[in-house]
Design a protein around this ligand. Structure first.
Ligand code: ADP
Ligand code: ADP
Length: 233
């Protein structure tokens, strides 16, 4: 479903020195799986995942989602494809001046969806993430776990096939992390959403991921089923 092929990302600093954040990286992600990308800070995980929705345009290589090479699409078509790819973040990226409801509704407002259709769509999503009683609160009135559930609901507003998670539990305490991962598992199983998950936390990988790649200095140094990679003596 997602094929990143021969991705290279070169950053050139103002003094002209070039740095390869990704060096000929290829990954294939299957429909319906929870795929983990792990490795130390600076390994290139975010850069790689941001290629999947072209939030980051690779220096070379192809990004194939559902058979289409996104690097070859017009801006208009790319915008449409991006809607089928939701994203959640470490620091939630909510708008503080909007309520829970209005944060979740934002992606639909941006596509010009009529108000009554937005309500029809958002109400079950708020229920799915367990925030029925908090719909009219502002982000500052919520706990970290609640804020991330707003982020998750917002990412699902456009019915994405894929959810990208960039260290989504790194700012949460262990208990909230477990609950958030349970929610992501349900979303994967009940809605059939493919999840691509960046993390540096081993317990997260073990709780939720199927296949994983381990990155180091812009390269994949290991890949396989999480059980095979981490159950070795
Ligand atoms: P990770 O997600 O594994 O922490 P990143 O993908 O964020 O790694 O970063 C990989 C490397 O690329 C790091 O050394 C980082 O400093 C560098 N990098 C990331 N984004 C940029 C950028 N926009 N310009 C220059 N260097 C960058
Ligand atoms: P986060 O930890 O939330 O992923 P980062 O601090 O890694 O955030 O990166 C924030 C932004 O800065 C990203 O868009 C990333 O591409 C960019 N960035 C990261 N490292 C560098 C760098 N060395 N030079 C320029 N931009 C960078």
């Amino acid at each position: 479903m997602i094929k990143l092929e021969h991705i290279t990302q070169t950053y050139v600093s103002p003094d002209g020195t070039a740095f390869d954040a990704l060096k000929d990286v290829s990954i294939h992600i299957r429909s319906g799986e929870i795929f983990g990308i792990i490795g130390r800070s600076g390994a290139g995980k975010s850069t790689l995942v941001r290629c999947i929705n072209l939030l980051n345009r690779p220096t070379s290589g192809s990004v194939i989602v559902d058979g289409q090479d996104l690097t070859k699409l017009s801006d208009d078509n790319l915008r449409k494809v991006r809607r089928s790819i939701g994203m959640i973040f470490q620091h939630f990226n909510l708008l503080s001046s909007r309520t829970v409801y209005d944060n979740i509704a934002l992606p639909l407002e941006l596509t010009g969806t009529p108000k009554d259709q937005i309500r029809e769509k958002i109400t079950p999503l708020i229920h799915l993430v367990g925030l029925d009683e908090h719909a009219n609160k502002y982000p500052s009135q919520l706990s970290g776990g609640q804020k991330q559930r707003v982020g998750i609901a917002r990412a699902l507003a456009n019915d994405p096939k894929v959810l990208l998670s960039d260290e989504a539990t790194s700012a949460l305490d262990p208990e909230t992390t477990v609950a958030t991962l349970e929610l992501l598992k349900r979303i994967n199983q009940e809605l059939g959403v493919t999840i691509v998950m960046i993390t540096h936390e081993m317990n997260v990988v073990k709780q939720i991921c199927g296949r994983v790649v381990v990155m180091n200095k812009g390269e994949i140094v290991e890949e396989g089923d999480v059980i095979d990679i981490f159950a070795r003596p």
